[in-house]
Design a protein around this ligand. Structure first.
Ligand code: ADP
Length: 397
């Protein structure tokens, strides 16, 4: 019996999904929150809707891993630690170094994740800590890192370079890296499967619309452009992120507001902008939709801008690929909001996509939602980054 665990670590949290492989069956999932704080919380779901909860001080990730594995054993989800033969870690920044998921066999391998922390300071550090913690508790299992960026390393220079002095790229790696790569890769593959065609023959635009949102042009199975940039701040309007703005606006607003610290402004662009900043209501699309329905103008404008940006990116990626066979919606908003999907597609029917209203109302499963005779197919495919991680463990074993 082979079991693999997919890990998504934050600085004070650790989310997991335990898979029975190769059946790809989720046996258990959950999270440990508030690691390092006086009262940490463990939540483990398993069986038929069974849930285990524990509150206890967990000082660091190593103790968190020990407690997690002991609890899995205690609850009978695993009989012994030795059943777990693979651990896969989601890593935010892989830079130009990691063009694919990679084995993390040695301390030197994990050190590379730490070394890339300047591209994602909060994330990579925490992910390296979690890798070391698992290595200590499960020293002999296959350990794999799966990067948010690696799917986008196939972007051509014309897509990844900024039009700034070239030496900034050479000296500092200042370029576009993108994000959400594991999600875009998963839904593009699923889309090709559902169309019954080799992915090599398809041009797909994948729209990952969650609290963080990005769109990718997938040509022949490869990412050729994506809307996030050096960091996830670029591209679409998001829950709290501004997306693309004219950088001159930054100094203009700083002068007007008397700000002297650029980090304060970057924080506003990351955490106080987007749907939240525009609507003044919430960063959560459901709240903004509800407010718009009640006649809140700013909420309606926020949604209009969100939809408009999605349409513009889709349009530009159809141009970038010189065609499109399918558009895929995924993530919280993409999977659940029939209103947003309909609004997006209704405005771009000129290149041959159309949506079936009845199919568009369904959710929670992989669905083709375009009309029968639409030239460009539209899909709603729930993303599954954890499954992609579990598959990569098998692939790299
Ligand atoms: P994250 O980027 O944090 O992983 P998610 O993919 O979970 O985000 O997406 C969260 C977003 O999905 C929120 O804005 C939430 O409002 C939105 N969402 C979830 N369900 C619905 C729904 N039924 N209608 C509209 N938006 C929804």
């Amino acid at each position: 019996m082979t079991k693999s665990i997919a890990i998504n670590a934050g600085s004070s949290s650790l989310k997991f999904q335990l898979f029975q492989m190769p059946e790809e069956r989720v046996i258990s999932k959950g999270l440990i929150e508030r690691i390092g704080l006086p009262l940490s919380q463990v939540t483990i779901k398993y069986g038929d809707d069974q849930k285990f909860e524990l509150e206890e001080a967990i000082p660091n990730h190593e103790v968190a891993v020990e407690i997690l594995l002991h609890q899995l054993e205690e609850l009978g989800i695993i009989q012994s630690f030795s059943e777990i033969t693979g651990v896969g870690h989601r890593v935010v920044a892989g830079g130009e170094l990691f063009k694919d998921s990679a084995r993390m066999d040695t301390d030197e391998d994990i050190q590379k994740i730490d070394d890339l922390a300047e591209f994602a300071p909060l994330h990579n550090k925490a992910e390296a800590v979690a890798m070391r913690a698992f290595k200590k508790v499960l020293p002999n299992v296959t350990s794999v890192a799966v990067f948010d960026t690696s799917f986008h390393t196939t972007m051509p220079e014309k897509a990844y370079l900024y039009s700034v002095p070239y030496e900034y790229y050479e000296k500092y790696g200042a370029r576009r890296y993108g994000a959400h790569g594991t999600s875009h890769r998963y839904v593009a593959q699923r889309c090709a499967e559902m169309m019954g065609k080799p992915i090599e023959d398809l041009k797909i635009v994948t729209c990952h619309l969650g609290n963080g949102a990005s769109i990718t042009a997938v040509d022949g199975g490869k990412s050729v452009d994506t809307s996030m940039g050096f960091t996830p701040l670029a591209g679409l309007t998001m829950g709290t992120r501004a997306g693309d703005v004219d950088t001159s606006l930054v100094s203009f607003i700083m002068n007007k507001e008397g700000m002297t610290d650029i980090n304060e402004m970057v924080d506003i662009l990351n955490h106080k902008s987007g749907l939240l900043g525009l609507s003044g209501v919430s960063s959560d699309c459901r709240d903004v939709q509800a407010a718009a329905e009640e006649g809140n103008h700013r909420a309606q404008v926020a949604l209009d801008i969100f939809v408009y940006k999605v349409q513009k990116y889709i349009g530009s990626y159809v141009a970038a690929m010189n065609g499109v066979d399918a558009i895929v919606f995924t993530a919280g908003i993409g999977e659940n909001s029939s209103v947003i999907r309909k609004s997006v597609i209704e405005g771009i029917t000129w290149f041959g996509c159309d949506i079936d209203d009845e199919l568009n109302e369904k959710r929670g499963q992989d669905l083709e939602i375009s009309t029968k005779d639409a030239k460009v197919k539209v899909f709603n495919i729930p993303t599954n980054e954890e499954l992609m991680i579990a598959r990569d463990i098998e692939r790299l074993r």
